[in-house]
Each structure stands twice: as structure tokens, then as C-alpha cells.
Design a protein around this ligand. Structure first.
Ligand code: ADP
Ligand code: MG
Length: 256
């Protein structure tokens, strides 16, 4: 039998912005149920790579496969439907809406096509609506956010907002979650909580994760393997313990 395809394969991805080669011939693979870290100094191309993976940007060269299927030209909403979720380095929540509304909205944005005017379809839409509400409640409980459900996001701490962002991403039942610096701005106890939660997201939902992160503790504790970028180029990959000691990697961080 054929080996099961990895959930994500990036092959020889290149993306330029004018004269800047933000990502240069980068390949990486995320196997099913794996947590793969993407690290590198500021400006090394991590966020660009995330945007290429999720389809917000198109590569100049290279190919992406998701569950073995080529998705290189697919827009981000199609990738989301196929099971990709992401979080943003700068959170993108609706601050004046409640926590619960943010979760419900995440779903509705992707479901406009259910507004069709027949009784059967309307009934189906109502059932779907109830299922979505049930899922939102389950996720709020899972992330220990129930007590914040009716409150506006603006009333929450950054740490709590990051949890809302993760819960929102889970609404679409993703199989791959791409996280762009989820620990940014978190206090040490909140970093601990985040590590535990991301590990549980993998273990309990069978999620695969591509994790961009600056906080080395998060990388060391969570990642099965790590890819290191410097000036858009992949300079190292392997086990986190080995990669963080690699002289080439140390040099790249010191030089930045
Ligand atoms: P990182 O997330 O690792 O800090 P980025 O992917 O944000 O790095 O940036 C990589 C390089 O690409 C930087 O030199 C940055 O200035 C450049 N870059 C990123 N996005 C754009 C853009 N939209 N337009 C022009 N240059 C960009
Ligand atoms: Mg970035």
C-alpha cells in the first residue's frame, strides 16, 4: 500500500517582494499529527511562509500539497474549507463583539451559500446553526473560556484573546493549524498554559501544527522537528535540541 501522504508539503517555494527574496527555495513537510516549528530571526521570511501556506500569498515558484493534492493556486478560503486554520501574529478578532459571537462569526463568514430560500434548505440551515452553536459552546468549555462567552473581546487580557483566537480557528474542525507566534506578548504562566493547550490540541483532536514561534521554550517543549530560516533561506532543520545548538543557527540569531 502507498504511504499516507503528509498533511502539508511545501516544495521549493520562492516568493519575492520587488528586489527582496522573502522566501527562497524553501521546502518543508508536516506529517500527520506532527508539530513542526518554523523559526528564524526577524525578517527571515516566517510570516511570508505562513501566508504562502495558507494561500494569502502566491509563490513565484514551487508547489504546495495538502493531503497529497496540489493546492498551489487555491485561494485561502478553499484551503480553509479543506481543513486549514490559522492564527495571526497580530490578532484579528472583532473586539466589540462577544467571545461567543467571534466564534459564531468565524463560521458564518464561510457559510454564505446556506442562505437559500426553500423550506428544506432553511430547515437544514437552522439545524446547521444549532450545530455551530453547540460546537462554539464545546470549544469555549474546552479552552476554559465559558465565563467570558458573553463579554466583548476587548475586555479580555491578551492571553485570553490568544485562547479565543485558537478556539475560533477550531470552529472549522481543521486538520492543520498554522500558528504565527502564538506566545507573543504572553506572561510566563500564560506561555505554560499555551504549551499545554497546543499539545492537547494535537493529542485530542489529532491536529497537525505548523508553529512559527520566537519563544524558544515553546519550540523546545512542543516541536517534533524544526525548520530554521535566515534571510528567506532554510539554513537548518531537525530535532529542536540539535537545531538550537547548531553553530549556523546560533550565528544567524546573533548576527540579526
Ligand atoms: P518574519 O515573519 O520572519 O519576521 P517576514 O516574512 O515578515 O519575516 O518578512 C520577510 C522579508 O520580506 C522582510 O525583508 C520583509 O521586509 C519582506 N516583506 C514581507 N512582506 C512584505 C510585503 N508585503 N511587501 C514587501 N516586503 C515584504
Ligand atoms: Mg513574522
Amino acid at each position: 500500500p502507498l504511504l499516507e501522504a503528509p498533511i502539508l508539503e511545501a516544495k521549493n517555494i520562492t516568493r519575492r517582494f520587488g528586489g527582496v527574496v522573502a522566501v527562497s527555495d524553501v521546502s518543508l513537510t508536516v506529517g500527520k499529527g506532527r508539530i513542526v516549528g518554523l523559526i528564524g530571526p526577524n525578517g527571515s521570511g516566517k510570516s511570508t511562509m505562513v501566508n504562502l501556506v495558507t494561500g494569502e500569498l502566491k509563490p513565484d515558484l514551487g508547489e504546495f500539497r495538502f493531503n497529497g493534492e496540489v493546492i498551489t493556486g487555491e485561494p485561502s478560503y478553499k484551503r480553509a474549507r479543506a481543513g486549514m486554520a490559522r492564527s495571526f501574529q497580530m490578532l484579528r478578532l472583532f473586539h466589540s463583539l462577544s467571545v461567543e459571537e467571534n466564534l459564531l462569526l468565524a463560521h458564518h463568514i464561510r457559510m454564505k451559500s446556506s442562505l437559500i430560500d426553500t423550506v428544506t434548505l432553511r430547515r437544514r440551515a437552522i439545524e446547521e446553526e444549532q450545530a455551530v452553536r453547540a460546537r462554539a459552546r464545546e470549544l469555549l468549555a474546552w479552552f476554559d473560556l465559558e465565563k467570558f462567552a458573553p463579554h466583548p473581546v476587548s475586555a479580555l487580557s491578551i492571553g485570553q484573546q490568544r485562547m479565543v483566537e485558537l478556539a475560533r480557528g477550531m470552529m472549522s474542525e481543521p486538520t492543520l493549524f498554522v500558528l504565527d507566534e502564538p506566545a507573543a506578548g504572553l506572561s510566563p504562566p500564560n506561555v505554560d498554559r499555551l504549551i499545554t493547550l497546543i499539545r492537547r490540541m494535537r493529542d485530542e483532536f489529532g491536529m497537525s501544527i505548523l508553529l512559527v514561534e520566537h519563544v524558544m521554550r515553546v519550540v523546545r517543549d512542543l516541536c517534533d522537528e524544526v525548520v530554521v530560516l535566515d534571510s528567506g533561506v532554510k539554513i537548518a532543520e531537525g530535532l529542536p535540541e540539535a537545531v538550537v545548538k547548531d553553530p549556523v543557527v546560533v550565528e544567524a540569531y546573533i548576527g540579526s
